[in-house]
Design a protein around this ligand. Structure first.
Ligand code: SF4
Length: 259
């Protein structure tokens, strides 16, 4: 089973990208898992027609065995969950959930698993799936804005410290000038690649307001094709490398050079 973790600065659209990737994989006939952790459950909700599912830890606490919820095209959705919104669990949520899922739920015929967990220090969970070797492929979502690239670079530094390979950088566009070139150059400088470019589109919010991914809610829209293209690139990707982070001041220079 391909096990990938998607990271990126809060608010960059990581959950939207992750959920649409999961939807594309399922649409392609792959047996897909989506494991999220977010107080808003915003990734799994778009796979479950807006339904907010209880977290794995909550279910364990009350002795309820129902921890996996079937979403769009049979995607297995789990929310690991910190105990309270804004309060992290230092990785315990992921570790407990994945150990139990591995014992009782994962099957040999499963194809893809996506971890959509916060890639920052807020909850202490950043390294958990990687350290425990539950994810062997990482993608970072960014835009061409300085703060997003700064965060992406910090994530790359975290991966380098752990010796974990990066599969590529996903540009979730904010329509910044020369954004594709800037993000591609950033990816190159950290020893990685731009694996996909997702345009900004009002269709994304429209579908999310209906509790759906774009793949489900607007399957014939060009935005759905952008996610499909990204998903295909990821499935075909074999170029993994431990990144070499930049110096933060060099990111500003890069952005000036690519304007
Ligand atoms: S460490 Fe953070 S991301 Fe991981 S399960 Fe706990 S709260 Fe969620």
């Amino acid at each position: 089973m391909r096990q990938m973790a998607i990271y990126g600065k809060g608010g960059i659209g990581k959950s939207t990208v992750s959920a649409n990737l999961a939807a594309y994989f399922a649409e392609s006939g792959l047996r897909t898992w989506y494991i999220g952790c977010d107080p808003k459950s915003d990734g799994s909700m778009t796979l479950l027609h807006g339904r907010k599912i209880p977290t794995f830890l909550e279910q364990m606490k009350v002795g309820d065995e129902e921890v996996v919820f079937q979403g769009f095209k049979g995607i297995n959705c789990v929310e690991t969950g910190g105990p309270l919104a804004g309060v992290g669990c230092a990785g315990r949520g992921i570790i407990v959930a994945v150990q139990k899922l591995g014992r009782d739920h994962f099957r040999e015929e499963d194809d893809v698993l996506i971890y959509d967990v916060p890639g920052d220090v807020v909850c202490g969970g950043f390294a958990a799936p990687l350290r425990e070797k539950y994810a062997n492929e990482v993608y970072i979502v960014t835009s061409g804005e300085y703060l997003a690239l700064y965060a992406a670079n910090n994530i790359a530094r975290g991966l380098a410290n752990l010796g974990v390979a990066l599969g590529g950088i996903i540009c979730n566009s904010r329509e910044v000038e020369n954004e594709r070139a800037a993000v591609a150059e950033f990816a190159r400088r950290i020893g990685s690649q731009l694996i996909g470019f997702v345009p900004r589109s009002a269709v994304v919010r429209d579908c999310e307001n209906r509790g759906m991914t774009v793949i489900e809610g607007a399957p014939n829209d060009s935005q759905a094709d952008a996610y499909r293209h990204l998903g295909r690139s990821i499935l075909e990707n074999r170029a993994m490398a431990v990144p070499t982070p930049m110096e933060p001041e060099d990111i500003r220079v890069l952005l000036r050079e690519t304007r």
